[in-house]
Design a protein around this ligand. Sequence first.
Ligand SMILES: Cc1cc2nc3c(=O)[nH]c(=O)nc-3n(C[C@H](O)[C@H](O)[C@H](O)COP(=O)(O)O)c2cc1C
Length: 502
Amino acid sequence: MEAPGFSHWLVMFVEISAAVLLLLLAMIVLLLCVVWFVDRNQTANAVLRNYPVIGHFRYGFLKLGEFFRQYLFAMDREEMPFNRAERTWVYRAAKNVDNTVAFGSTRDLRAEGVPFFVNAPFPELAEAHVEPRPVTIGPYARQPYSHAAFFNISAMSFGALSAPAVSALSRGAARAGIWMDTGEGGLAPYHLEGGCDIIFEIGTAKYGCRTADGRLDDQRLKENCAHAQVKMVSIKLGQGAKPGLGGLLPGSKVTPEIAAIRGIPVGKDSQSPNRHTDIGNVSQLMDSIAHIREVTGKPTGFKAVLGDVDWIRTLCDEVWARGIESAPDFIIVDGSEGGTGAAPQTLMEGVGLPLHEALPALVDTLLSKGLRERIKVVCSGKCITAYDVAWALAMGADFVNSARGFMLSLGCIQSLQCNRNTCPTGITTHDPKLQRGLVVMDKADRVFHYATNLMYEVGVIAHSCGVKEPRQLRREHCRVVANDGLSVSLGKLHPYPVRPPA
Ligand SMILES: Cc1cc2nc3c(=O)[nH]c(=O)nc-3n(C[C@H](O)[C@H](O)[C@H](O)COP(=O)(O)O)c2cc1C
């Protein structure tokens, strides 16, 4: 018998392929019929009920739109919270590559609220960059802290951030001579790795220094603060993204390591209260500050979001009544535009003063009460570029903190997934597969370059304004565009209540 020829096999192949294709087609049609039936009869979604099957395209396009807008369609100055021009500036500063632009700026200098600086006709002939002088915080604490860098890493807990992210921040911070705030998750070994200065934050759940029932454990507090790297203690009253709200740490995130650091049971949900149970008024806040400063020997202050400054006035009166040494050594004012791992949109967008109102309100209250020198002012809230930081210094801050600026320096691409375990850059995820993308030594380098390049450029602004170092910037050095497109001096918008600080 003759063996089947090539044409026989070809015919068989075509017939089988056609049968498979028909089967596939039949399955797809069946699937679409099922989806059509389910969509048509479900009661929760009107679009799908009216447009079964094709209604699903809407959700696909909505999801894809996020990516298309960022990569293809959004203009350089359009996106929020940080637009592409701002992000690119941070990336380039972090990579330490040329950050000059050609032809002209895309920044609209006539838009309401835009700040710019007043150059001096005859700036100093000297080198543009002058090292900032150290500022001493907590002169009455047993171990006062002197720190020069005016741009530092804001509170972000180990838990919100991954271990490699904390480790890279710690190493980069040490090289740049800046501090890093632990955030409310307690002190992790990763914070200590690089050898940087550390602010130990006490959140409302007192993670890291709590008793089993959530009260302050002096012994654990003392142990944490016995590390020479821990320079100050910050009591967190609130943060801009969620004023007056505690947080739920889901049991799935409470690994044995996180449980040990925070002092909570493994695998169980942990709810932090919406305020410290032992701090319900200004007097109790002052008591806590005094107690923690006494236990740790370190300068102690607090972080808050301001709604108004009446209570700060009350606090200042209480300081004068108790004696100047009783004052908080610093106040960190967080603008309502602040970020977080997860917060309800309503609180994030609708409660608390933004930094451009909160900072002058705080500085002026302290000035008018004669406590501006005693209580150092730290601020945070979308200060990620040199002119944001220069604005804050001109307004009266001693130090500026940034959380998301440093996340961008670690490679954050603003994919807005910090509240899930899916951060594609390994910064806010505990998935080892995603963390693999974050190479600690490379990112530590970027943290270092971002901090030093930013501070250098603030120095360039200061030099152009005719002052020797950034902390000499005053409100008169900055103007802000008003609603008629013309600028007004910050000194006129927010006149100093008494003579300006020396
Ligand atoms: C991922 C993430 C985690 C944060 N965790 C804390 C925290 O534990 N404690 C705290 O006081 N603030 C926390 N914050 C708020 C920041 O410290 C900062 O106050 C706020 O984001 C404003 O700074 P930014 O605009 O530079 O991000 C967190 C912010 C982010 C983005």
